[in-house]
Design a protein around this ligand. Structure first.
Ligand code: GL4
Length: 804
């Protein structure tokens, strides 16, 4: 595919590549390693983007625009090389130059490491939003932590997840620019006297930045990631002299541990002190940088809220509310009211969950010890806030207790979500249903107090990453139909595909693309798992973090049901399926890891049995990440979005899969609701309880065992779980029968019947393809560009600043 290119002739690119090989890697074509060539290639591409960045920065400097600062503890950026090649328009030149030098571009791409600085959907969303901000020409900087070790690498041993460290910069990272001369001091511990904080420990935050180019525009924004460094004096020379080598580096290790590793938890909170340190570290560094940037073009504080808007990605960076107050009060000498007005006019908060266990709280005692001045400020914020509450609801102590930033029982804790809502001008959920449930349940008292503060901004995904890069075949086909590829910046134009759903020649081409993508996936699955998938079988895909509420277990239970049916010879109406799983579990999440073991055990059963594998084969692809998503999603026919309704805030794989022509089987949860509204009920397989029914069933006293007793096929399925592998996974069955927190048994029958419908629909391949095309054609809404425009209109009020 050719995209607007920089008009760099291939030989010039080649010259630059060789020059970088010499000047940057200090080697020659003859003695260069593959790593040398890769790095030189990356630098040559980067150079071109820097040229653009310089122009963007000049435009921003000149126009002094309003900026969005996105604060997130997680970013899942995906591989940079393919994206930067595409966005810079250098793909062809690079390929030609490499071929002339006798090098294989694919081999070099393998050396490009994906920075896995996030866990799952929340981190990937942050990356999609940065991509869209640049594409929409909105002045923005993303701030985050440059973890030495990203999300762990997952393998399986005897079906159980094994985690290995992800030292992603082991060979260096050619995409980033470190700025060790721009270190920021970050304080911890110590004491407060007369409102003045003297920290006990100072750690340095060292920034490095990577370039975030927009697609089809000249804009290049930045992401700035901070790593912790010990001060120069930290090495204890005298201890070293005494031969106490470990102790000599103690202080260094303690400081640098702050950015050592990403916490591998998603939708649960560990509450570890080091994590709070990470959060404070991030917000302190980010705010210093934001203020520095503001001062480049502005003086005083009057224009601050006009020039700066800060989006808090979930509660992880919410300490920024207290930190900005501290800076304004203690360092800048502003009075409380003025400082608070500025803070309240600066922040906006996105909530990404409904699960109570994901709403962060920190023990007051810990915050007092680690950040004594921040704790004082939080108390003061709460004091003023509760006065406001008292005015709104005189004498209502229940309200005060419910709304307070401080939770009293069973232990005094700071509720970070409350601090966020109180300190922000806007609060949003990430899908219509989620925003509604936030208003009605999780944050209800706040929505009653300040209804105008609450918004919805439905998530979106980058069509560049998940169509153009991931699925060049489908992108090519769509572009040939739409006449150009501008739709990649204007995804609503996918609707122009609708008539093509009725064009049988187009349907054939569409089917061919899917088949070719399934073939690629089968090759990969074979290489990493040994499982031979049939490229003609339906690719039935469930890719997401392992979490009980997402109900991978329900997916496995359907496979077990199929096993029994096949063994009984009830094969009428069955269609061959490749059941594909991808996803990691938090290392300490025992229940999720058990379900993983079950999935792997069931995979062994079906793959090892000829009779069964004629209908079902199962591949659990290890180490699911952005690159894995790019391979799996284009091949998918069926998208499993089967969480218990009312639990998944939004989901984003649901969007990526629909855009790539997968049909969804799903509950009315998260963004599934909006996907179904848009693609049409006829093109979506709906099943199960809705959020209201789920709550009602629980309130009525849910007894999973009665569902087990009432359905013999369910009984057979659960008994199978209890006895597989000599009863090693009996706990899974016991938990289902005795607890079943996520109502798996209650949704089982509806799910099985819906899967039967799916199989039936698959048999009419032409009708299926029609539905597949309509899914893609009607999913343009789920572009992150639209998400960013919604934020811009409702919350940020940031005009675009295209390059002059
Ligand atoms: C999540 C939600 O679980 C997920 O539904 C949502 O799509 C994502 C982005 O908004 O945020 N929240 C947490 S925590 N992790 C997520 O992936």
């Amino acid at each position: 595919m050719t995209v607007a290119n920089d008009g760099v002739p291939a030989d010039e690119f080649e010259t630059d590549l060789l020059r970088n090989l010499a000047h940057q890697r200090g080697t020659t074509r003859q003695s260069a390693s593959a790593q040398d060539i890769y790095q030189a290639l990356a630098l040559t591409v980067r150079d071109r983007l820097v040229d653009r960045y310089v122009k963007t920065a000049a435009t921003y400097y000149e126009t002094n625009p309003r900026f969005v600062y996105y604060l997130s503890a997680e970013y899942m950026l995906g591989k940079q090389l393919p994206q930067n090649l595409l966005y810079s328009g250098l793909q062809n030149q690079a390929r030609d130059a490499l071929e002339k030098l006798g090098l294989d571009p694919a081999e070099l791409e393998d050396l490009d490491v994906e920075p896995g600085l996030g866990n799952g959907g929340l981190g990937r969303l942050a990356a999609c939003i940065l991509d869209a901000l640049a594409t929409e020409d909105i002045p923005a900087v993303g701030y985050g932590i440059r973890y030495d070790l990203g999300i762990f690498k997952q393998t399986f041993e005897d079906g159980a997840q094994v985690e290995r460290p992800d030292d992603w910069t082991f060979y260096g990272n050619p995409w980033e620019f470190a700025a060790p001369d721009d270190q920021q001091p970050v304080g911890f511990y110590g004491k407060v006297e007369d409102g003045k904080w003297t920290p006990d420990e100072i750690v340095l935050g060292e920034p490095s930045h990577m370039l975030v180019p927009g697609y089809g525009t000249q804009t290049v924004n930045l992401i700035r990631l901070w790593r912790a460094r010990a001060s120069r004096a930290s090495f204890d020379l005298s201890r070293f002299g005494e031969g106490r080598y470990g102790e000599a580096v103690d202080a260094i290790v303690r400081s640098e541990n702050i950015s050592k590793v990403l916490y591998p938890d998603d939708s649960t909170e560990l509450g570890r002190e080091l994590r709070l340190k990470q959060q404070h570290f991030l917000v302190t560094c980010a705010l210093r940088d934001i203020v520095r940037r503001y001062r480049l073009r502005n003086t005083g504080w009057d224009a601050f809220t006009e020039k700066v808007t800060i989006q808090l990605n979930d509660t992880h960076p919410v300490m920024a509310v207290a930190e900005l107050m501290r800076v304004l009060l203690d360092e800048e000498g502003l009075d409380w009211d003025r400082a608070w007005l500025i803070v309240r006019g600066t922040f906006a908060y996105t909530c990404h969950t409904l699960l109570p266990e994901a709403l962060e709280t920190w023990p007051v005692a810990l915050v007092e010890r680690l950040l004594p001045r921040h704790m004082e400020i939080i108390y003061l914020i709460n004091f003023h806030f509760l006065q406001e509450v008292e005015q709104a609801y005189p004498g209502d102590t229940g309200r005060l207790r419910e709304l307070s930033i401080i939770q009293e029982e069973p232990e005094r804790r700071v509720r970070m979500a409350h601090l966020a809502v109180v300190g922000a001008k806007a609060v949003n959920g990430v899908a219509e249903l989620h925003s509604k449930l936030l208003r009605e349940t999780t944050l209800r008292p706040f929505a009653e107090l300040w209804p105008e503060r609450f918004h919805n901004v439905t998530n979106g995904v980058s069509p560049r990453r998940f169509m153009l890069i991931a699925n060049p075949r489908l992108t090519g086909l769509i572009s040939s139909r739409l006449g150009d590829h501008d739709w990649l910046r204007d995804l609503d134009r996918l609707s122009e595909l609708e008539p093509a759903a009725d064009d049988s020649a187009f349907r054939d081409q569409w089917r061919e693309v899917k088949r070719a993508n399934r073939r690629d996936l089968a090759r990969y699955a074979r290489a990493v798992t040994g499982v031979a998938l049939d490229p003609d079988a339906m690719a039935d895909v469930m890719i997401k973090r392992f979490h009980e509420y997402k109900r991978q277990l329900l997916r496995v239970m359907h496979v077990i049901t199929l096993i029994h049916r096949i063994r009984r010879g009830e094969t009428a109406g069955l269609v061959p399926r490749s059941v594909i799983f991808g996803g990691k579990a938090a290392p300490g999440y025992y229940a999720a890891k058990r379900i993983m073991r079950l999935a792997n055990a069931v995979a062994d059963v079906v793959n090892g049995d000829q009779q069964l594998s004629a209908y079902v084969r199962m591949a659990f692809l290890p180490n699911y990440n952005v690159s894995g998503a790019e391979l799996i999603i284009p091949a998918a026919d069926l998208s499993e979005q089967i969480s218990l309704a009312g639990k998944e805030a939004s989901g984003t794989s649901n969007m990526k899969l629909a855009l790539n022509g997968a049909l969804t089987i799903g509950t009315l949860d998260g963004a599934n609701v909006e996907i179904r509204d848009r693609v049409g009920a006829d093109n979506f397989f709906l099943f199960g309880l809705d959020a209201g029914q789920a709550v009602a069933l629980k309130q009525a006293g849910y007894r999973p065992r009665s569902w087990y007793e009432a359905d013999w096929e369910l009984r057979e399925t659960i008994d199978f779980i209890a006895t597989i592998d000599g009863g090693a996974l009996r706990e899974v069955a016991d938990d289902l029968l005795n607890r079943d927190e996520y109502l798996t048994l209650a949704d089982y029958r509806a799910y099985i019947e819906c899967q039967d419908e799916v199989a039936h629909a698959w048999e009419d391949r032409d009708a299926w393809t029609r539905m597949s095309i309509l899914n893609a054609a009607r999913s343009g809404f789920f572009s992150a560009d639209r998400t960013v425009r919604d934020y811009g209109r409702e919350i940020w009020h940031t005009p675009a600043v295209p390059e002059a």
